[in-house]
Design a protein around this ligand. Structure first.
Ligand code: PMP
Ligand code: GLN
Length: 383
C-alpha cells in the first residue's frame, strides 16, 4: 500500500458495523435507515432492469436524471444548471467528492476541511497528494460552530479548495447564513473552489431550511455542489449521486470520474430521476418522522446519562460521554457491545486533533422507534 494511504486502514463504519453483526448488537453506528425508500421508486428500479436498462449509460449520466437534478435545483433553490454540461452523475457523493479533489489539487496543494469531517474527505485529499488544513467545529451554547478567524488562518498560498458539509455529519450542525457568508468571503478573497457536500439537504429540523452555498452572491461560479439519493430517499445502497457546477468545473471532475468508474449504474439513475420529480412529498414525511426520532433518541440518551447535543440536521446525535465517567470514545465504542449491546461511532477518528473529539460519540436515529427504545434501555445500564 502506498505510504500516503497507510494511515487509513479500514473505515470506522465498516469496523463498527462488523462489530455489531459479530456481537448481535443494535447498530446505531453507520448511518443507514432500517426502512425502505418510497415504494414506487423501488418499483421504478425493478422496472428499469426489466425494461433493459442494463448496459453502460452515458458517461455524464442518463439525460433523464441530469434533467431531474437540474429541475430540482431550480425549483428548490432557484439555482439554474444546464443538464447538458453542468450536471454530472456519479457513484454516490463519495465518488463526486473524490473526483472533485483529484481534479483540483496538485501534489502539495492544501484543502481546508472542518473537523470532525466525514471520513472520505481526508482519504480523498491524501489520494490527491494534497494536504488538509483542519478548522475545528467546537460546541458553543450546545451547537458546533467555527471561529471565522481560525478559518481565515487556515488558508495559505497553496490552498486550492475548501470542503464544506452542511447539514454537517457528524455534528448535526446546519450552517447559518452568517457562517455560510464567512465561508463565501474566504473563498472569494483567496480564489478558492468550494466543494459543497449537501447529501443531508432535505434532512433539517425545527423549521430550518438548507441553504446551498452556491446561492450566496459570487458563489455559484466557484462551487461544486454535491448530493446523492442515499439519505434523501433512504437508499444508501444505491450509490447514486451528482455534481452541479459551472461547465469548466464539471469537465474537470468528469475527466477524473470517467477513469474511476466511467459511469454510474443505469437502473438506479432512472429510479432516482423519478424520485426527484415525484417523491419529494415522501421526503417531507421522512423529515418529520426523523425529527420525532431525533427527540426520542435525545431524550433517551439524556436519561441514560450522556451529554447530548441537539442536531438541526442529518440523522446523527452527538454525545459527550464524560458525564457517565468515560473519557475515551474509541475505547468506549469498542467495549459498548459487551457493556450494553449497542454500537456507535467514536467521533475522534474524524479529527486531525483527536484530543478535541476524544469524549464525543455519535449515535444514528434513522431507525425504527422500537429499535431506538431498546438501544436506550440497554444504554441506561451504563450508569
Ligand atoms: N458525505 C457525507 C457527509 C455522508 O454522511 C455520506 C454518507 N452517506 C456521504 C458523503 C456519502 O454519500 P454516498 O453514499 O452518496 O456516496
Ligand atoms: N455516511 C454514513 C455515516 O456517516 C456511512 C457511510 C459509510 O459507511 N461509508 O454513518
Amino acid at each position: 500500500l502506498v505510504a500516503r494511504m497507510r494511515e487509513f486502514g479500514t473505515t470506522v463504519f465498516a469496523e463498527m458495523t462488523a462489530l455489531a453483526v459479530r456481537t448481535g448488537s443494535i447498530n446505531l453506528g453507520q448511518g443507514f435507515p432500517d426502512t425502505d425508500g418510497p415504494p414506487a421508486m423501488l418499483e421504478r428500479a425493478v422496472a428499469a432492469i426489466r425494461e433493459g436498462a442494463n448496459q453502460y449509460p452515458p458517461g455524464p449520466g442518463v439525460p433523464e436524471l441530469r434533467q431531474a437534478v437540474a429541475g430540482h435545483r431550480k425549483e428548490h433553490y432557484g439555482l439554474v444548471y444546464d443538464p447538458d454540461g453542468e450536471v454530472l452523475v456519479t457513484v454516490g457523493a463519495t465518488e463526486a467528492l473524490a473526483a472533485s479533489v483529484l481534479a483540483l489539487c496538485e501534489t502539495g496543494d492544501e484543502v481546508v476541511v472542518f473537523e470532525p469531517y466525514y471520513d472520505s474527505y481526508d482519504a480523498a485529499i491524501s489520494l490527491a497528494g494534497a494536504v488538509r488544513r483542519p478548522v475545528t467545529l467546537r460546541p458553543d451554547d450546545g451547537r458546533f460552530t467555527f471561529d471565522p478567524d481560525e478559518l481565515r488562518a487556515a488558508v495559505g498560498p497553496r490552498t486550492r479548495a475548501i470542503l464544506v458539509n452542511s447539514p454537517h455529519n457528524p455534528t448535526g450542525t446546519v450552517f447559518t447564513p452568517g457562517e455560510l457568508a464567512a465561508i463565501a468571503a474566504v473563498c472569494q478573497e483567496h480564489d478558492l473552489v468550494a466543494i459543497s457536500d449537501e447529501v443531508y439537504e432535505h434532512l433539517t429540523y425545527d423549521g430550518l431550511t438548507h441553504i446551498p452555498l452556491a446561492t450566496l452572491p459570487g458563489m455559484r461560479e466557484r462551487t461544486i455542489m454535491i448530493s446523492s439519493v442515499g439519505k434523501t430517499f433512504s437508499v444508501t445502497g444505491w450509490k447514486t449521486g451528482w455534481v452541479c457546477a459551472p461547465a469548466e468545473l464539471v469537465r474537470a471532475v468528469q475527466t477524473v470520474k470517467q477513469f474511476l468508474t466511467f459511469t454510474a449504474g443505469a437502473p438506479w439513475q432512472l429510479a432516482a430521476a423519478y424520485a426527484l420529480r415525484e417523491e419529494l412529498g415522501w421526503v417531507a414525511g421522512l423529515r418529520d418522522a426523523l425529527a420525532t426520532k431525533r427527540d426520542r433518541l435525545m431524550a433517551g440518551l439524556s436519561a441514560a446519562g450522556f451529554g447530548v447535543y441537539r442536531p438541526s440536521g442529518t440523522y446523527f446525535v452527538q454525545t459527550d460521554i464524560r458525564p457517565l465517567g468515560f473519557t475515551d470514545g474509541l475505547d468506549l465504542t469498542r467495549r459498548l457491545p459487551e457493556l450494553a449491546g449497542v454500537v456507535a461511532i467514536p467521533t475522534q477518528v474524524f479529527y486531525d486533533h483527536p484530543e478535541r473529539g476524544r469524549h464525543f460519540v455519535r449515535f444514528a436515529f434513522c431507525k425504527k422507534d422500537e429499535i431506538i427504545d431498546e438501544a436506550v434501555a440497554r444504554l441506561s445500564r451504563l450508569h
